[in-house]
Write a protein of this length. Structure first.
Length: 402
């Protein structure tokens, strides 16, 4: 198992790192402290530069104007982009679009690819993913009330969703709804269906405030409703009743993307922590114990980030080599472990910055607000830990949960 970075990828990462530091990070203060309309025109200029540099959509094959990187290669890129809240968006590999592109690439018909994937890949439109429902625990996605009933050549969709991230301004939603309520296995009851957001009966109710901040546009989490929302059955993605299986295919690479993005956040937070600690070291009368605590935080953060990175790269390597099913444990492990490291490193960085750390003059407070959900979405920590423990205990003859 070789985790050394090939020279080709090293060169790409160096170019991207320079671009993020010199072109993207200077936009952060406007993004964090001003209405999004003030930052978007500048951000669109940067996206055009990314295209001109040949760094657009690193996760997509070249036939879709991407860079054609493997999952392991893209993991390194995702870490570098994660250093800025704007990094992934600038390179057209932001969630949920990145996952939706992968679904369309794998399961979309030729018509669906031409209508939805190609403009998404070109960055001409955005999309969202509507699965979680406020009336049901998101920790068990098989439990949902949204339905899609056949009527002639159409599906008629009724349902209530929330945390439909980036719904504000999206051109379409990939929507999970029950199409086969009588299927014997609960995992065979739901399907994924493309719903253009201009379809009558689709409604963006509101953008949900997250810890006091309501985002706009791409940087938002929407509450959505489907009321007798009618779309053609040709908008079905893959086979009917395979919605959960497709969602699992999406989640494996998606967790690699998220975890490496979180590691990028950790690296930036550690960098900010160290720079600020050094600048404040000159303050007269700083207690020795205080300096030693900060030194311990720095050392612990470095060790935890290194460990997290190796876990994620090993999971990506195994997915590439053996597939997602064989990598279930590795995927669950990185999900809760890296999310925990992220919380600790960002919290330490805020503490070192003192009052400045809770303002929006650095990205730390933004990450603290928005990335706390890392321990909740795509399966809460507790679920992943319980699943892994059950699989381990099976090796000792235990067949039920304890």
């Amino acid at each position: 198992m070789d985790f050394s970075i090939p020279d080709k990828i090293k060169s790409i990462i160096e170019t991207i790192d320079t671009f993020v530091r010199e072109e993207i990070q200077p936009l952060e203060e406007d993004f964090l402290t001003s209405p999004i309309e003030q930052t978007l025109p500048k951000l669109e200029e940067k996206r055009k530069k990314v295209k001109d540099l040949g760094l657009w959509s690193p996760h997509l094959p070249e036939e879709y104007e991407g860079m054609g990187l493997s999952l392991n290669e893209f993991a390194h890129v995702s870490e570098t982009l994660g250093r800025s809240p704007l990094g992934h968006y600038a390179f057209n590999c932001q969630a949920p679009d990145v996952g939706n592109m992968e679904i369309l690439l794998e399961h979309g018909t030729e018509e669906q690819k031409e209508t939805y994937l190609r403009p998404l890949a070109r960055g001409e439109i955005r999309s969202c993913f509507a699965m979680t429902e406020p009336e049901f625990a998101g920790s068990n996605p098989t439990h949902m009330a949204s339905s899609a009933v056949k009527d002639g050549e159409d599906y008629v969709i009724n349902g209530h969703k929330w945390f439909t991230s980036a719904a504000d301004g999206s051109a379409f939603a990939i929507t999970m709804a029950i199409t086969n309520p009588d299927a014997e296995k609960i995992h065979h009851r739901a399907s994924q269906i493309i719903v253009p957001t201009d379809t009558p009966g689709y409604e963006l109710v509101r953008n949900i405030p997250v810890m006091g901040h309501t985002g706009e546009g791409y940087f938002s989490h929407g509450e959505t409703r489907f009321t007798d929302c009618r779309v053609p059955q040709s908008n079905l993605l893959g086979e009917e009743g395979r919605g959960f299986a497709i969602a699992q295919e999406r989640l494996g690479p998606g967790r690699i993307h998220h975890c490496m993005r979180w590691i990028g956040i950790c690296e930036r937070a550690l960098e900010l922590m160290c720079k600020y600690a050094v600048s404040r070291e000159l303050s007269p009368g700083k207690p020795l114990a205080s300096r030693q605590i900060i030194q311990a935080w720095i050392a612990e953060s470095r060790a935890e980030i290194n460990a997290a990175r190796l876990l994620v790269l090993q999971a990506a390597w195994k997915i590439d080599k053996e597939g997602q099913y064989a990598s279930r444990n590795e995927i669950s492990i990185i999900k809760f472990f890296v999310a925990g490291v992220l919380q600790k490193v960002v919290d330490r960085a805020i503490q070192v910055h003192g009052g400045l750390g809770v303002t929006d003059y650095t990205p730390l407070a933004y990450w603290f607000r928005h990335e706390r959900a890392a321990r909740i979405y795509d399966g809460p920590d507790e679920v992943h830990k319980a699943v892994i423990a059950r699989r381990i205990l099976k090796e000792y003859g235990v067949q039920t949960s304890i």
